[in-house]
Design a protein around this ligand. Structure first.
Ligand code: ATP
Length: 522
């Protein structure tokens, strides 16, 4: 391609990168979140950024998107220095970040979200707006009705709308911050297909994920940060998984899956009274009547893809949704349907999927969040003693290895994975008889995953019970038994020793096949 061309110092042989950051330093008070780090993403490249919780990934994103000005260092897009802080339009024309939780305004329609802040002066012509939105979505191959309220979009649709919105501003560099955390396998496939299409058109991606397999599936280059520092950048093909994990953790380590495989052999002690029992429990439109029991010492998995009903079932168990039929009992006592306080008092602990909406009060401290469910234990006559709250929270911080400057730090300042640990701490604070955890390790790094799943396992090991609602195989590996749902019905049930293939097939709605509920646990 370069035949006959003489190298010249004036003309650069390759185009400038989509983005180049060098020597970036970012401090938050005493915390150094980024310590002279850099990253370079080529045009049309798909570059992964990985690191443990708190490594500095989100901070880099906020620097690359103009949300935070770095304390030192430079950012350039296509060879041009980044726009001035606060020049939102200029930043939007260069870069966008698609989060796992869509950033669009939930109460507005898709059309309104797409053209947010882009109305000229004068009256808004709604029919024109909708038509323009329809054209824009069609241009980027996004199959969503522009009249839909953003709140009613699925996570996947919300992300596609965000991508279309970013591209329509002219951005050719898109950051994806854990985009797959709430997608099922089919959704991930569709997202990756779209990303590959866009890459062909020269769009560059920075892909942040705790799912290392996705890094190998999608990306050509990977950068590792650890403790605010740049550790390495390498072609993905040249870096084995063990080396990647070692770079993230700073030590040779086992992967989460090898740990779980060892933990799976336990069984509930069949004879005793179940801790949790569901009898003909049903929620119209979400799942058909279902019966199951979870015994002391047992972890039950409720597996299923997005619309399988498994999340709705978990939410019904904890009282967030009101069953339309059947009943739930804890240690033989009926739990009032549709009442979270009652479920809590009955001994059901809950780790929600969406920690931002259901899990945390972001403006409050780690201590306050961790103790929200136990304020009655923190002082006499309804008072809450700060010293008790702090001591309680400190124990949680230590036992769950929460990376924070202390119990008084607002949870909003914690990294995503550490926020998830606070959610689990809160659920554990009341010593639940049964812990119901929905996708408990979403956004959690490989090493913390082990400790969080260890905590869930520990609830069962001390003689209580746990239910894990997930489609993540690593989550499900700690379960003694897994019930797979598809379209609101139980499609298969597996004892320990299931094979990945059989369980994935069941979640995809395929009959368990000849392998059924036995298989080759790796
Ligand atoms: N606004 C803030 N105020 C104070 N400290 C902050 C703030 N934002 C981030 N930090 C700290 O900076 C460090 C890096 O956090 P960051 O969110 O960038 O990590 P991360 O790599 O994205 O982690 P995760 O995988 O858990 O999302 C953490 O120690 C975090 O507590």
């Amino acid at each position: 391609m370069s035949n006959g061309r003489t190298p010249s110092s004036a003309a650069s042989p390759s185009p400038p990168p989509a983005v180049q950051a060098e020597g970036i330093v970012k401090r938050f008070g005493p915390t150094v979140a980024l310590d002279r780090v850099g990253i370079t993403v080529g045009v049309g490249d798909s570059h992964a950024l990985v690191g443990r919780n708190g490594a500095g990934k989100s901070t880099l994103v906020s620097v690359l998107t103009g949300l935070h000005a770095p304390d030192a260092g430079r950012v350039a897009f296509l060879g041009e220095p980044a726009p001035a802080a606060g020049d939102t339009a200029a930043w939007q024309a260069r870069v966008a970040c698609v989060y796992q939780k869509s950033m669009v305004v939930p109460e507005l329609t898709v059309a309104e979200n797409l053209f947010l802040n882009r109305f000229g002066p004068g009256r808004i012509r709604w029919s024109k707006l909708r038509a323009a939105a329809r054209d824009l979505l069609a241009e980027y191959g996004v199959d969503v009705d522009p009249a839909t309220r953003a709140a009613d979009l699925t996570v996947e649709q919300g992300q596609f709308v965000e991508i279309a919105r970013a591209l329509s501003f002219g951005a050719r560099f898109i950051i994806l911050d854990e985009p797959t955390a709430q997608l099922d396998a089919a959704g991930i496939d569709r997202l990756f297909t779209k990303l590959r299409e866009l890459q062909q058109q020269g769009v560059a991606f920075l892909f942040i994920s705790h799912h290392l397999q996705e890094v190998y599936d999608l990306c050509s280059t990977v950068t590792v940060y650890r403790d605010a520092r740049h550790i390495l950048t390498s072609p993905v093909a040249d870096l084995g998984k063990a080396d990647l994990v070692a770079a993230m953790t700073g030590e040779a380590t086992q992967t989460a899956s090898s740990w779980h495989a060892a933990a799976v052999t336990r069984k509930g002690d069949g004879g005793t009274e179940p801790v949790l029992r569901a009898e003909q429990l049903a929620l119209d439109g979400a799942f058909d009547p279902i019966d199951f029991a979870v015994r002391p010492g047992e972890v039950l998995g409720l597996a299923g893809a997005t619309a399988s009903g498994n999340t709705a079932l978990g939410e019904t168990l904890v009282g967030l949704r009101k069953a339309t039929g059947g009943r739930t009992t804890v240690a033989g006592q009926p739990v009032r349907p549709g009442s979270v306080p009652h479920a809590l008092n009955a001994g059901i602990g809950y780790v929600p999927e969406d920690r931002h909406r259901q899990g945390l009060v972001l403006g409050r401290s780690v201590a306050e969040n961790a103790t929200l469910t136990v304020t009655d234990q923190l002082g006499p006559y309804g008072t809450v003693l700060p010293s008790k709250t702090r001591a309680f929270a400190q124990r949680m911080i230590d036992s769950l290895d929460i990376k924070t400057s202390g119990p008084a730090q607002p949870v909003a300042d914690l990294s995503g994975g550490n926020q998830q640990k606070v959610v689990i701490a809160r659920a554990m604070a009341r010593d639940p008889r049964v812990l119901v955890a929905v996708r408990p390790t979403a956004g959690v790094d490989v090493k913390s995953k082990d400790s969080l799943l260890g905590v869930v396992r520990g609830v069962a090991d001390r003689g209580d019970a746990a239910v894990i609602v997930s489609d993540e195989l690593d989550d499900l590996r700690v379960c003694d038994r897994v019930i797979a749902l598809f379209h609101g019905r139980v499609i298969a049930e597996f004892g320990s020793g299931w094979s990945d293939r059989d369980l994935v097939s069941a979640m995809e709605g395929l009959p368990a096949g000849a392998g059924g509920d036995k298989g080759d646990q790796e």
